[in-house]
Design a binder for this molecule. Structure first.
Ligand SMILES: [Zn+2]
Length: 145
């Protein structure tokens, strides 16, 4: 397959569609040190194509952990399952916040596998959520779920 770059127009659409939040761990671009990436949900190495239905906005942490993965292991069943697909699935069907909005809890095999594979509850991320929550800046307002 020829390499297809994400166009500026696709990037603009993806960022606006995601309301400037990482589509995996729901962090907000305005509180991130590194700029977010427009990533291929099904990696190009797995045959994923560059079109709007296979693109998602991801923070550098999620993007780096996801890398070329499209599947992960559910910690409950031990089975390999597909990771969360922001275009085909709804975040709220697979994840929820704990009571103080510091941890993302996987509700389904896909949700649990994604929490593990992308390490959605990394220490620094949890600490940032605590600070932002105390300031009334977290969780982000949900518009596209
Ligand atoms: Zn992220």
């Amino acid at each position: 397959m020829p390499e297809q770059r994400v166009t500026a127009e696709q990037r603009r659409i993806v960022i606006e569609r995601a309301s400037h939040c990482c589509e995996y761990r729901r962090c907000q671009a305005k509180f991130a040190i590194q700029s977010f990436s427009v990533e291929h949900i099904i990696p190009r190495s797995c045959g994923g194509e560059t079109y709007i239905g296979n693109l998602a906005l991801a923070c550098q942490g999620c993007n780096g952990h996801k890398y070329t993965k499209a599947q992960g292991y559910d910690v409950v069943s031990g089975k390999q399952v597909g990771l969360y697909h922001p275009r085909r699935q709804r975040w709220i069907d697979h994840f929820e916040w704990n009571d103080d909005f510091t941890l993302i809890i996987g509700l389904t095999p896909t949700g649990r596998a994604t929490v593990e594979a992308l390490q959605l509850n990394r220490e620094g991320v949890v600490n940032l959520r605590q600070v932002l929550y105390a300031m009334g800046k977290h969780p982000p307002r949900e518009e596209n779920t």
